[in-house]
Every structure is written in structure tokens, then in C-alpha cells.
Design a protein around this ligand. Structure first.
Ligand code: CP
Length: 324
């Protein structure tokens, strides 16, 4: 059952810009086809097994809908119902599921869980969010940026600023933006800047693809930026730090109308959702005419359709390095 050149989608960083562009092209084709109610049944007879260690609205519904639209099936697997890391190794779970399903998608507490599944799996494993990264979200985000490009601008003309904590979303956003040649800024308290491993990857991308990045505490750095991105100030496992985090980030790093005004009238607002409105952002900004958050949410479905097709049809080129 071993497939030659098996690839997993654990992080966008494992893929070249050209490969990510292929997925984006597939997204465009499938989104257009869905609008015409003419999506080719490219997942017919196939199943995606979906493991969720954490709750999810967008990721769960979009993968399930994508499988159905493409003629296939999605199976929801709660860790309460399967042996995930107990009674058998993650590797064995990956091996067993690979005998039954065509793609494994896992939302996990820690990256080592999805990497452990991938180590055993002989079908593609997709990271549906871990403590470190959120690659499927980023396919939706970069696609949404392209859909909303200001007239006359190309993707690598954009300036994108993330405001807040170095989250799984912001790590992955920094990686994909610099891979697409974007000018990128991470704006937040120094204690919550990206770590050296992520910065190393971003620096590699800037060298190879021409992007640039800064990390700064100065909110005025967003002036003239095309897109401001926000994310939650605390997540699962960080509840004990909640009060300290809120006191550190608020009110300075809240993406509210004040910050949108500093950026300028051209600035769009993005957020992967769910949003804790009145904390990292405000209802006014979320519902404002510069917000593209609902297009971004819809494009989760666009991305999942493309990922299911890409990873079950593509004659995969060998990865340049071992995927971990
Ligand atoms: N953005 C995102 O991953 O949403 P869910 O947690 O609802 O899946």
C-alpha cells in the first residue's frame, strides 16, 4: 500500500511557491464550478477521516461539505471514540486508518500528534490546526487576499500586518506571505513575537522569494498596509494566562477602528474566526466595509475542496526534505 512520493500537508513551508500556486489554481477552478453547480466528482468513492481533538466550526464543516460536494464522504472521529495515542501508537493509528480512508485530516493539541500520524500513514495527512501551525487556513487566506487585490496590484505588491500574539495562525501566515513575496509585519509585545525557528523559515523565504518582514512593538508600523490580520489573544491551554495576556494586549493591540485608521482607508481586515469581538477586534471592524472575514470563512471550503483533490490526484514530486 506504500505510495511512491507520498506527501503530507503539515505546513505550507514544506511546499514551494509553485506547488502552493497549483493548489490556488485548483481552488479557483473549484470555486467557479461550485458557483455553476458543476463540481467534478473528483473525490467519488473516497473518504476523509477527520480527527478532532479540539472543537471546530469552519474546519469541520468545510471538510465535510467539501467531501460531499466532490462526491465522497467525511468521517468524524472524536478522540473519545478512537484510540488516539492510547492503547496503540499514533503511527499504528496512521497505518490502520490508511487501510480504510483516502485522506486523514487531524486537528490536534500538539504538532507531534499530527506528525506521528503522518509517520505511519500511507495516505496523505492534512494538519487541520495544531499548537504551532494552521496550513489549511492559510490557503483560504492567501486566496482571499488574491480575490481582493486592489486594482493594478499583484500578490507580491501587498503589505500584510498581523497584530497580536505569535499564534499558529500568525506563524503560518508569516510563512506563506513571505513565500509569496509579500512585505510582512508582526506587530505585538516583544514577549509574544515569533520564535527563532519560525523566524529562520521566514528569513529563508525572504531570500528565495523576495518578501520582507519585521517584528515590532510599534502599532504605527501598520501605516500604509493593505491588510490587517487579528487572532485570539489566548487559546486552548492558555486559560491560566488569560488575564495577563488580555492586560498585555489590550487596548493597544486591539484591531479596532483606531488601528484601521492608522493603517489607512485602503486597509482590509482579516480574521480566521472565531473572533472574540471587543477583545482582539471589535464588532465595528468585523462588520465594517473593509472586512473580508466572511469571504475568508467561505474560502475554507474552497481550500478543502482543492486539498482533497490535490492530495488524491497529484503525482507527487518528492519532498525536498523529510517532513516533520
Ligand atoms: N478558523 C478555524 O480554524 O475555525 P474553526 O476553529 O471553527 O475550525
Amino acid at each position: 500500500l506504500e505510495k511512491p512520493n507520498l506527501r503530507h500537508f503539515l505546513k505550507t513551508q514544506d511546499f514551494t511557491r509553485a506547488e502552493l500556486q497549483e493548489i490556488l489554481d485548483l481552488m479557483k477552478m473549484l470555486k467557479d464550478a461550485r458557483r455553476d453547480n458543476a463540481v467534478p466528482q473528483l473525490f467519488k468513492g473516497k473518504t476523509v477521516g477527520m480527527i478532532f481533538e479540539q472543537p471546530s466550526t469552519r474546519t469541520r464543516v468545510s471538510f465535510e461539505a467539501a467531501a460531499t460536494i466532490l462526491g465522497g464522504h467525511a468521517q468524524f472521529l472524536s478522540p473519545n471514540d478512537i484510540h488516539l495515542g492510547s492503547k496503540e501508537s499514533l503511527e499504528d493509528t496512521g497505518k490502520v486508518l490508511s487501510r480504510m480512508v483516502d485522506v486523514i485530516m487531524a486537528r490536534v493539541d500538539v504538532h507531534s500528534t499530527v506528525a506521528g500520524l503522518a509517520k505511519g500513514a500511507s495516505v496523505p495527512v492534512i494538519n487541520g490546526l495544531c499548537d504551532w501551525l494552521h496550513p489549511t487556513q492559510m490557503m483560504a487566506d492567501i486566496f482571499t487576499m488574491i480575490e481582493h487585490l486592489p486594482e493594478g496590484k499583484k500578490i507580491d505588491d501587498l503589505k500584510v500586518a498581523f497584530v497580536g500574539d505569535a499564534t499558529n495562525v500568525s506563524n503560518e501566515l508569516a510563512m506563506i506571505c513571505t513565500k509569496f513575496g509579500i512585505e510582512y509585519a508582526h506587530v505585538g509585545p516583544k514577549k509574544y513575537h515569533m520564535n527563532a525557528e519560525v523566524v529562520g523559515m521566514i528569513e529563508d523565504n525572504c531570500k528565495e522569494y523576495g518578501g520582507s518582514f519585521v517584528m515590532t512593538e510599534d502599532i504605527n508600523a501598520v501605516k500604509g498596509f493593505d491588510i490587517l490580520v487579528a487572532d485570539s489573544f489566548y487559546w486552548f491551554g492558555q486559560e491560566a494566562e488569560k488575564e495577563e495576556r488580555l492586560a498585555t494586549f489590550m487596548p493597544e493591540y486591539v484591531v479596532d477602528q483606531r488601528l484601521m485608521d492608522i493603517a489607512g482607508p485602503q486597509a482590509m481586515f482579516m480574521h480566521c474566526l472565531p473572533a472574540n469581538d471587543q477583545r482582539e477586534t471589535t464588532r465595528e471592524v468585523m462588520d465594517g466595509d473593509r472586512s473580508v472575514i466572511m469571504d475568508e470563512a467561505e474560502n475554507r471550503l474552497t481550500a478543502q475542496m482543492a486539498l482533497l483533490v490535490y492530495f488524491t490526484h497529484k503525482d507527487m514530486p518528492k519532498p525536498s526534505a523529510e517532513v516533520v
